[in-house]
Write a protein that binds this ligand. Structure first.
Ligand SMILES: [Zn+2]
Ligand SMILES: [Zn+2]
Length: 329
């Protein structure tokens, strides 16, 4: 089998070409698989007349942005066979409906993590390690500098900060990803009983969580209830990072793994694995080759670390095409 980066992950075995998380819309393939609803992973839904697969949750998420014609929902562990190639989705622990994909070929097994998190969170179960020959792993936080504090500790810091802002008669605003982190923040504040108002783009995602049985208490910013609460204050507001918001009472904080490196007020709550968790996951999957992706310059950093410290062949996926046969074991 052959693995190549082509604006997405392309896996070929004989006449079958499987494409995972394609960012390009002009590429041919037998079938397209999408790990989750974040836009940098789900561009395959722009493509017409090709078969696309993802979880049903992901389909609901992307139906806010794309047409989902020719798209097929997959359940966890539901196997798709294309000639001799089998594709099996497993939980990746990142956001609602996020999958990692195991691709089995007669020449070896590949696991592609998509974005993943091995931590149990307030909304997600941990990513599942799968033994494989080739592991394609995301390297967003693929540098030893990225070590996140315990999630409970981050949650406590967030509520402490919010309470202090509220005591000054102002309104704490958490700027974050509308899918994933936003729902974690809602859970954190539901537990301490502080009302949560959400930006419309966050509300749209919350409603999909609601439909899948998650209990989230929030108030949409455009509702009558929000109007009443806004008069008095005493709530937190969750908005997308780039949303334009104007209220002189607002005090903002970034919620993202990147907050570790930011000087402004922020909290490093993340739906990605940090460096030590990536390394543990690699150990558990026990691959012969590791290909790093989605990490920019950290693709190189992570691959070098894995080669030097773990003695596993590793390099960024876009460096060269990879060929693998079972005999190489
Ligand atoms: Zn993501
Ligand atoms: Zn991503």
């Amino acid at each position: 089998m052959r693995i190549e980066w082509n604006g997405g992950i392309q896996i070929e075995y004989e006449d079958v070409k499987v494409v995972l998380d394609s960012k390009r819309s002009s590429i041919d393939g037998s079938a397209f698989f999408v790990t989750h609803g974040h836009l940098d992973h789900s561009a395959a839904f722009r493509m017409k007349n090709v078969k696309k697969y993802s979880s049903k949750e992901t389909l609901e998420i992307v139906s806010n942005f794309f047409s989902v014609k020719d798209s097929f929902p997959l359940n966890l562990k539901e196997k798709i066979a294309i000639d001799e190639v089998e594709i099996v989705p497993h939980n990746s622990g990142h956001v609602l409906g996020s999958f990692e994909y195991e691709v089995r070929t007669p020449e070896g097994t590949i696991l592609y993590t998509g974005d993943f998190n091995t931590e149990k969170t307030k909304t997600m179960k941990p990513a599942e390690p799968i033994r494989c020959d080739v592991l394609i792993v995301e390297a967003t936080f693929g540098s030893p500098n990225f070590v996140f504090p315990e999630m409970d500790e981050i949650g406590e810091d967030m509520t402490e900060w919010a309470k202090s802002v509220l005591r000054r008669g102002r309104i704490p605003v958490f700027r974050t990803d509308p899918l994933g982190n936003a729902q974690e923040i809602i859970r954190i504040f539901n537990e301490c009983g502080i009302p949560v108002i959400t930006h419309r783009r966050v509300t749209l995602m919350n409603r999909i969580y609601d439909r899948h049985g998650y209990t989230l208490e929030y108030i949409d910013e455009w509702s009558l209830e929000a109007e009443a609460i806004k008069q008095h204050g005493g709530f937190i507001y969750i908005a997308p990072k780039n949303a334009k918001i104007s209220d002189a009472r607002f005090e903002g904080a970034l919620v993202s793994g990147w907050a570790l490196w930011s000087r402004r007020t922020g909290f490093p709550l993340s739906d990605h694995a940090d460096f030590p968790r990536i390394i543990r996951f690699v150990e558990e999957c026990d691959p012969k080759i590791v290909l790093t992706c989605h990490g920019g310059r950290f693709n190189e950093t992570l691959a070098r670390y894995i080669e030097r410290k773990m003695h596993i062949r590793a390099y960024p996926i876009d460096l060269i095409p990879t060929r693998f046969r079972k005999e190489e074991r």
